[in-house]
Design a protein around this ligand. Structure first.
Ligand code: NAD
Length: 293
């Protein structure tokens, strides 16, 4: 019988912990943590992600604001705004919602954000510090995955962990975190990607399999070892006649056939997704309390 790793439940617990700390800090005279999101254009998915972040901020007692730009905004105009926010002492965290319009360089924008306000953990300084094990803001999804393993007391030390996907926001950083020399690292990590040969032979050896591929239900039962821990990062919207909204979410893992083989598995929705937002809140609280680690 498999166990569900309930990200929604863990996220609720962590949000309660954050709210309590915020309340305590305010009673000691500190200000509310403040998260600012820059949103360019009106892409539907980006609007949804940002509204979830704002809602989560409210729930834990943070201030939050959105700064909107049309998709005609120039890179320079954005850079000027980011530099202004970098200097604003009231603002603890800054997120620029990605993707940006094609004429804007995401690298230039990310590198303009002051690393101590980069609660998304995308700045090369934070990525670099995280890589060599120094205090850093760790990007939200990888941090959420490690926190799930920690809260479920799933040991990683000495385990073979296979990550599918090498993106800078999920696959690569999670592979680094799990190989770090610490309590929730010490794994032997294999990072697979689109050019990997014999993928199935590698994934079948995984004690912990992390799927961050971006292809719906890519991981099938024959790719998974019995009693593996499977973490599904994928999010895919598919049409459904069974839901009121007319759609439902699927992951990168074919849950129904893979789950019976697992010891632990994250569902989609309700697994990694809720942990991503919570990690952003955790980073913003760290910034507000100068606990830059
Ligand atoms: P991405 O498209 O940037 O990266 C996908 C990676 O998968 C690439 O590195 C590629 O090499 C690898 N890949 C593609 N096809 C492959 C194949 N056939 N075999 C092996 N490797 C292959 O994606 P991403 O931004 O890392 O996101 C991955 C998934 O996670 C997406 O579904 C995305 O929507 C989702 N996501 C979820 C959250 C969350 O909060 N749950 C956060 C970020 C991304």
């Amino acid at each position: 019988m498999y166990n569900i790793i309930d990200g929604k439940r863990i996220a609720t617990i962590i949000k309660r912990e954050i709210a309590e700390e915020v309340e305590k800090n305010i009673s000691c005279g500190m200000k509310k943590p403040h998260l600012v999101t820059i949103l360019v254009g009106n892409d539907g998915a980006s609007e949804t992600y940002v509204s979830h972040k704002i809602k989560a901020c409210k729930a834990v007692g943070f201030s939050s604001s959105i700064i909107r730009f049309s998709d005609k905004v120039t890179e320079n105009e954005l850079i000027i705004k980011i530099k202004e926010i970098n200097k604003d002492k009231d603002i603890d965290g800054l997120i620029v919602q990605l993707p940006l319009a094609k004429h804007i360089s995401e690298e230039n924008i990310i590198e303009t954000i002051e690393p101590s306000k980069d609660v998304d953990g995308f700045h090369p300084i934070n990525m670099g510090r995280m890589t060599i094990g120094l205090p850093a803001y760790v990007s939200a999804t990888p941090q959420g995955i490690v926190e799930l393993l920690r809260r479920y007391k799933i040991k990683t030390s000495g385990k073979h962990c296979v990550v599918i996907g090498r993106s800078n926001i999920v696959g690569r950083p999670v592979s680094i975190l799990l190989s770090q020399k610490n309590d929730y690292g010490n794994a032997t990590v294999t990072l697979c990607h689109s050019r990997t040969k014999n993928l199935k032979e590698i994934t079948k050896k995984a004690d912990i399999l992390i799927a961050a591929i971006g292809q719906k239900e890519f991981v099938t039962e024959d790719m998974v070892k019995k009693d593996a821990v499977v973490i599904d990062v994928g999010i895919h919207r598919v049409k459904s006649k069974k839901t009121k909204s007319g759609w439902k979410l699927k992951g990168d893992v074919k849950f129904d056939e893979v789950a019976p083989k697992c010891k632990y598995i994250t569902p989609v929705p309700g697994g990694v997704g809720p942990m991503t937002i919570v990690s952003l809140l955790t980073n913003t609280l760290k910034s507000a309390t100068n606990k830059f680690d």
